[in-house]
Design a protein around this ligand. Structure first.
Ligand code: PRP
Ligand code: URA
Length: 213
């Protein structure tokens, strides 16, 4: 895959360790859910180290008064792509407890692999917020591209996208379609199979999170 300025692939040993367990078909639904949350928190810590709106407040320590930077109140919105993106919301909330949540419902048509949008509910005023779109799987990139396009249509200007496993095809597609959006992926897998599943991947993230198969 080409090097894209707007793509960060983490490849961190702690995240790699957790992803190895996540991939294992024997990992239980509970453990899978917990791992998705933990990986998301680690990714959020790193991906939000720049750009997050901050503000200065005055803090009185036992010794003196000082000015300190804190994350600006009500500045971050998490947007999970349903269903599987829901599994990442708590992991972001650990670090941004007051972040509001917008939901975009999409499913891939199994034959065309094209995403179909069935739901969209976003917090008021989202256009001025720092929007973090989350979905554990970036396969063909269709869902991510459409979700980001929808947010741009609603006026969002500051968008980041975070995914646990990416296929080179999908990462390239999102990077090229939305060069202004920073894309964070924990690990880059080999390719897609003929059904659009990531190899080696972890299977269907939604089914594994919610026990639907
Ligand atoms: C999965 C996944 C992404 C999408 C990725 O969702 O959570 O949203 O596929 O594929 P793409 O990059 O090729 O668009 P799915 O459509 O299976 O819906 P679900 O989360 O409800 O299971
Ligand atoms: N969606 C998934 O849940 N898994 C894949 O491998 C591809 C798309």
């Amino acid at each position: 895959m080409k090097n894209y300025e707007n793509v960060v692939i983490f490849d961190h040993p702690l995240i790699r360790h957790k992803i190895a367990i996540l991939r294992d078909e024997k990992t239980s639904m509970k453990e899978f859910r917990e791992l998705v949350e933990e990986i998301t928190t680690l990714m959020t810590y790193e991906s939000m180290k720049d750009g997050v709106p901050t503000e200065e407040i005055t803090v009185k320590t036992p010794l003196e008064t000082c000015r300190q930077q804190v994350v600006a109140d009500n500045s971050v919105v998490i947007v999970p792509i349903l269903r599987a993106g829901l599994g990442m919301v708590n992991g972001v909330h650990v670090l941004f407890p007051s972040a509001r949540v917008g939901h975009i419902g999409m499913y891939r048509n199994e034959e065309t692999l094209k995403p179909e949008t069935y739901y969209c509910k976003l917090p008021e005023g989202i256009e001025d917020k720092f929007v973090l779109v989350v979905d554990p799987m970036l396969a063909t990139g269709g869902s991510a591209c459409d979700a980001i396009a929808l947010l741009k249509e609603r006026g969002c200007k500051h968008i980041r996208f975070m995914s646990i496993i990416g296929a080179p095809e999908g990462v390239s597609r999102v990077a090229e379609t939305h060069p202004d959006v920073k894309i964070y992926v924990s690990t880059l897998d080999r390719c897609l199979n003929e059904n659009g599943y990531i190899l080696p991947g972890l299977g269907d993230a939604g089914d594994r999170l919610f026990g639907t198969k």
